[in-house]
Design a protein around this ligand. Structure first.
Ligand code: BG6
Length: 468
């Protein structure tokens, strides 16, 4: 049971994945527009239209509210606000987000807004986070958003998953700029992300808003082991530090883990880009809350062989690749044969959400936390009655929610929960066949919305929780 009175209950989206209207009303292009149009690894599938949230937002937010949800997570497209590298605001872009906020207000839905969910503007470049100047540009963009939207947005998040995004971009090579095994630049972009987060928070604090600011971690990055030996525990410690310890440490505690520098130097990384002034900025500008996107865990074991790499499976038809990260000399992926897997080979492991919250309670000052994403990707069809019976998703969500409730009962500071996703939308690299929504989108029929069985289940679940 998750006591309902203080909790926010909602669902989540991201600009590139849902908005469409990629060139409408003065919007500039983003690195994802460039990438999907380049035909590199995306099979020509784009999010030019996506689920057309740009023209359906009123309907989507109304449905969300009618489904009992009182909060909506979405992101702002930087290139819709600043289409060009000249600092001139695109008023039509501002108007769009103001209209979205108006509809949230109309339906008493609290917005939780991420300022960057992967889609850097084209002029910043796919390699943008390698460049120090991006820190200042990101902070300037955030500052304008804080000035424009102010307390209309009660919860801001600076960046979505700097860890997962950077690993995909610089280790796997499936996200732009598609570098494979580029550890040197990987470390640099992760570092620049955290300095940019601190700089954006510094701008935010100057305005003395009532709103709260956070950052979103990929909670799927939590490491687990199958044997309790000193070697396995050491593998887990390194994995946790390199997957997310640096992110949450910098964002919440204002410092990177103590032995991170030595660990990276031992891996051959040149850290000459680190500056004392950045570390001071990070120390002085920490978050009010942390977002955790919870899907699975990463099972690791002591290192035996192989180069540093990360594998993700974006092709369920042709590959059952073992997902995971190898860091040469430190750890590599392990397989738990007892856990269920989804069609993409990813573990279904509800306890990972509980473990994530307990660690935030015990190691990160029990900071307020939102589960900013939790959801189940599925192949789905509409049945002969025109309905979508996604019972499997309901069971997935129930199991995860039971563990979040247990963590809350044990004192974890859980304040809100968002299902990924509000409606079906574009899945990075997987396109449209992998569906996550509570609401089905008929892409062949003007993006018509049809609530799934899970939509009604969530409405009843929230109602029940609120009455406890
Ligand atoms: C999260 C991202 O990592 O996972 C979302 O924040 C994403 O944007 C979600 O869609 C699910 O991932 P995927 O690749 O299955 O769509």
């Amino acid at each position: 049971m998750i006591n309902g009175d203080q909790m926010l209950w909602g669902s989540a989206t991201a600009a590139y994945q849902c908005e469409g209207a990629w060139q409408e009303d003065g919007k500039g292009t983003s690195i994802w527009d460039d990438f999907v149009h380049s035909n590199k690894n995306t099979k020509g599938i784009t999010a030019d239209v996506a689920c057309d949230f740009y023209h359906h937002f009123e309907e989507d937010i109304r449905m969300l509210a009618e489904g009992g949800q009182n909060t909506f997570r979405f992101s702002i497209s930087w290139s819709r606000i600043f289409p060009h590298d000249d600092g001139i605001v695109n008023e039509a872009g501002v108007q769009f987000y103001n209209q979205v906020l108006d509809i949230c207000e109309k339906y008493k839905v609290l917005p939780n807004v991420t300022l960057l969910h992967y889609d850097l503007p084209s002029y910043i470049g796919a390699d943008g986070w390698e460049k120090r100047e991006t820190i200042d540009k990101f902070a300037a963009y955030c500052k304008r958003c804080f000035e424009i939207f102010g307390d209309r947005i009660p919860y801001y998040a600076t960046i979505n998953e700097p860890n997962h995004n950077s690993y995909c971009s610089y280790l796997v090579g499936n996200y732009p700029p598609n570098h494979v095994g580029d550890v040197q630049n990987l470390v640099k972009v992760c570092y620049h992300n955290m300095v940019a987060n601190a700089k954006a928070i510094q701008e935010f604090r100057k305005l003395k808003l009532k709103a709260k600011i956070g950052i979103v971690n990929s909670g799927a990055s939590r490491a687990d082991i199958l044997k309790d030996t000193p070697e396995y525990r050491e593998a887990k410690r390194y994995a946790n530090m390199l997957f997310h310890g640096w992110l949450i440490g910098a964002a919440v505690l204002g410092k990177f883990p103590d032995d991170l520098g030595d660990t990276l130097r031992n891996l051959g990384v040149d850290l000459s880009f680190v500056k004392q002034e950045d570390l001071d900025l990070i120390r002085e500008n920490t978050v009010d809350w942390i977002g955790d996107n919870i899907y699975a865990r990463k099972v690791v074991k002591p290192y035996e062989f192989g180069e540093t790499q990360m594998v993700v499976n974006n092709d369920p038809h042709h590959s059952q690749a073992l997902e995971g990260v190898t860091v040469k000399g430190l750890f590599q992926p392990d397989i738990d044969p007892t856990t269920r897997k989804n069609p993409w080979g990813r573990e279904i492991y509800p306890k990972c959400g509980y473990d994530a919250l307990i660690r935030l309670r015990d190691e990160y000052n029990n900071i307020p936390v939102f589960i900013t994403e939790n959801g189940h990707g599925m192949f789905e069809t509409v049945d002969e009655k025109g309905e979508i019976n996604d019972q499997e998703r309901i069971e997935f969500l129930e199991e995860y929610l039971d563990y979040f409730a247990k963590a809350k009962e044990e004192g974890c500071n859980l304040q809100g929960y968002y299902i990924w996703s509000t409606m079906d939308l574009y899945s990075w690299i997987n396109g449209y066949e992998k569906r996550y929504g509570l609401v089905h989108v008929d892409y062949e029929n003007n993006c018509k919305r049809i609530p799934k069985k899970s939509y009604y289940w969530y409405r009843d679940y929230i109602e029940f929780q609120k009455n406890q």
